[in-house]
Design a protein around this ligand. Structure first.
Ligand code: GDP
Ligand code: MG
Length: 442
């Protein structure tokens, strides 16, 4: 996926102190491939990569961020920009019902979306009405009625007097009905074809002219990739629209379609639909989508976890203990190891986390099983030994080795490492701040 490729790209940057021209070029190349593979249209890719490159070159090398973080930040910000920046909200009519018309190919998800949108509006104290203006497919009207029932929103359907068989008449009649019944929003579901065709376009344009919608929304399946752009352009020329709704975002689509459509048509993506449930629907948030494309959401969670695990309070507590009786013990050492272990699964991205750059090398060489061994050895010690490791002489070492199923040399190594860690803790207590990870196995 796009996210995976970008992640690989960023990984290569992690060891670097600053971005060289060659780094920027190489990264730009990777981003370009990643975007093309995600079905983002070529002109959009070019524009995007150009913008990222220029910024990467011109920006000051940040003291707070390493090069990978810096590139991530730039890419994220450029993604937000290309996705439209701010969330575009619905415009309601100043008087009378707000008319929203849906257009798009068959199977795009219009009928499903109509009901989702109705529910979303209802939750905001609107009184929407759905209109079945798709008279093409045999079951289209019934499908909308079923969906309308699910969300508790009335459906205006053709019947004698409403313009049977003529979607334009049905749509026109629905507005009058909405006024009579004081519905404040009308959502018109229209027919789609499997491909772009002139009859379909003309029908949609006729409905548009008849009802003068406040918003025409182009509904598009995010999973169709490059075709989304062609279709979006065809509907823009044939019917015109104010905003875009991306559906089926629960599939593999990671936003390639969204990136292309917004920047090629200039129309904002307004809503995102992401599943079979009626509540799988929300305003489209460019920043969230950008995070999703970059997988930043996961990363932010990990940053939180990392911060918790590396809680400076913990370090402080350990340092404080040095001033009290007993000092830093093997028990504390074990606790520290367990904390590091919590970070085990995150080692991959450690270099990207703020402030974690200094632990990067240690964590990259970090072996989780090492902690298991350390734990086994410490647990084979008596409380007195853990409290005061100085008493661990030759015979005790032999006993501990036997008890933990390790070699005496392993025990020796651990004890040495402990004393080393203790020395670091002591200097830390004196000087303040965290130096490296004390006693980190490596
Ligand atoms: P329409 O022809 O444009 O009216 O499209 P429909 O609303 O009938 O949807 C076509 C198919 O896509 C149906 O099987 C829907 O259940 C499904 N569908 C619609 N929206 C979504 C979505 O957001 N996620 C998933 N997974 N399926 C969807
Ligand atoms: Mg439909």
């Amino acid at each position: 996926t796009l996210s995976d490729r970008l992640a690989d790209t960023f990984k290569n940057l992690r060891g670097k102190g600053r971005l060289s021209e060659a780094d920027i070029d190489a990264t730009a190349r990777e981003i370009r491939i990643a975007l093309l593979e995600a079905d983002v249209a070529l002109p959009v890719v070019k524009e995007f990569v150009g913008a990222v490159k220029e910024r990467a070159r011109s920006e000051e090398v940040s003291g707070a961020l390493n090069p990978a973080q810096q590139i991530i930040k730039i890419v994220h910000e450029e993604l937000v920009t290309i996705l439209g920046g701010e969330t575009r909200r619905l415009r309601y009519a100043k008087s009378g019902p707000t008319v929203i018309m849906l257009a798009g190919l068959q199977g795009a998800g219009k009928t499903t979306l109509a009901a989702k949108l109705a529910l979303w509006l209802k939750d905001q104290d609107k009184t929407p009405m759905l209109v079945a203006a798709d008279l093409q497919r045999p079951n289209a009207v019934q499908q909308l009625q079923v969906n309308g029932d699910r969300v508790g929103v009335p459906v205006f359907a053709p019947e004698p007097g409403n313009g049977t068989g003529n979607p334009v008449e049905v749509a026109r009649a629905s507005i009058e009905e909405a006024k009579r019944r004081l519905h404040d929003v009308v959502i018109i579901d229209t027919a789609g074809r499997l491909g772009v065709d002139q009859t379909l376009m003309q029908q949609a344009a006729d409905i548009r002219d008849a009802v003068q919608p406040d918003e025409v929304l182009f509904v598009v399946d995010a999973m169709i990739g490059q075709d989304a752009v062609t279709t979006a352009q065809a509907f823009l020329d044939g019917v015109g629209y104010d905003g875009v709704v991306l559906t089926k975002l629960d599939g593999d689509a990671r936003g390639g379609a969204a990136l292309s459509i917004r920047s090629i048509t200039g129309k904002p993506v307004m809503f995102a639909s992401s599943g079979e449930k009626m509540t799988d629907f929300d305003l489209f948030h460019p920043d969230r989508m950008a995070s999703r494309i970059l997988d930043m959401g996961d990363m932010l969670t990990l940053i939180e976890q990392a911060e918790k695990a590396f809680d400076s309070e913990q370090a402080l507590k350990a340092a404080e203990k040095l001033g009290t009786k007993g000092g830093f013990t093997l028990e504390d050492f074990l606790q520290q190891m367990m904390q590091i272990r919590k970070l085990g699964s995150m080692t991959k991205i450690m270099g990207m986390l703020p402030g974690m750059g200094q632990f990067r090398d240690q964590l990259e060489n970090f072996d989780e099983r090492e902690i298991d061994r350390i734990q086994a050895i410490i647990q084979s010690m008596t409380p007195a030994e853990r409290e005061n490791p100085k008493i661990i002489d030759g015979s005790r070492r032999a006993r501990i080795a036997k008890g933990s199923g390790r070699q005496v040399s392993d025990v020796n190594q651990l004890v040495d490492r402990f004393f080393e860690a203790r020395k670091m803790m002591e200097s830390m207590a004196r000087g303040g701040g965290m130096p490296g990870m004390p006693g980190m196995p490596g």
